[in-house]
Design a protein around this ligand. Sequence first.
Ligand code: NAG
Ligand code: NAG
Length: 369
Amino acid sequence: MDQNNQRVVFVSCMLICLLVNFNTVVPQVEARAFFVFGDSLVDNGNNNYLATTARADSYPYGIDYPTHRATGRFSNGLNMPDLISERIGSQPTLPYLSPELNGEALLVGANFASAGIGILNDTGIQFFNIIRITRQLQYFEQYQQRVSALIGEEETVRLVNEALYLMTLGGNDFVNNYFLVPFSARSRQFRLPDYVVYLISEYRKILARLYELGARRVLVTGTGPLGCVPAELAQHSRNGECYAELQEAANLFNPQLVDLLGQLNSEIGSDVFISANAFAMNMDFIGNPEAYGFATSKVACCGQGPYNGIGLCTPASNICPNRDAYVFWDAFHPSDRANRLIVERFMIGSSEYMHPMNLSTIMLLDSRT
Ligand SMILES: *[C@@H]1O[C@H](CO)[C@@H](O)[C@H](O)[C@H]1NC(C)=O
Ligand SMILES: *[C@@H]1O[C@H](CO)[C@@H](O)[C@H](O)[C@H]1NC(C)=O
């Protein structure tokens, strides 16, 4: 090799090395980003960082999580967002308040959810310091500024537009507001049907804001069968029947939510909002637990009192040995195994469950554009 050739090799190596370096300096967006908003059904641990009583950061929460440690998820193992992340090929979303959510980790997305919150600001006031939904949306704006500093504005807009979103809200506006105490302020202000209309009108503003902030594919879950959770059975049920008033609330709310999403989609001219029928998904195995391999859908795995539905799940509670045999992990929240069945329906459910389409169809559509 003469000197000229050596120089060519050296220079081209420098160029290649520079290119390779350049590629590692500017972080690349890998899988589709995922953003999560809402309440305890989808909180991955934000409340761990807050002075609130709504928390799941100690044993036995997380007993079946890969690390077997409590993370702030209201589950014995994984929750809905974790299982959706798995399906879209992403890492689980970190809580927005986690100090680990920095640098390239930001590109995976973020989880802004906070246990105890609702559509209304006065929902969950008994939990003190929680991240209300308007605040979650402000954090999402702040997130976008942080990502812009990392990958530039244009790429950030792309990441945000191409991401998948999950919004889970509404249950607490009944359980931890209207029905929290007899003669609650909201129940004196509104008859139940009028309260639902009010909730939907406030929810419209929240979803419209999320669209304004760049969301283009949003899974919105209706409320589950609120009257069938062990906490309600413990307070209101004689023979294990679901509490009718809360079931009625869910039955009023859910169809109006589906209508709202349809209206928003037609105003936008695109299927941005996808409704997930959490009520039907849960009722399948609440109505017939044995058919899905559950021993019970009435008794919580972790808790105390009738149906293990009284008070919190703590180290002093009864804890069932086989969590997979229980629909409910604690008095309000599904077990890891129930969450898996729910997310299975998100993926491949018929239009009764996912409207206008399921997540596998969404992934196929969005991979083409
Ligand atoms: C809730 O609080 C936020 C922030 O303080 C405010 O912007 C919003 O208008 C409030 N919503 C309602 C329905 O009062
Ligand atoms: C849901 O997913 C399955 C499997 O991918 C598909 O065959 C089915 O048509 C989808 N249903 C709807 C309503 O999109």
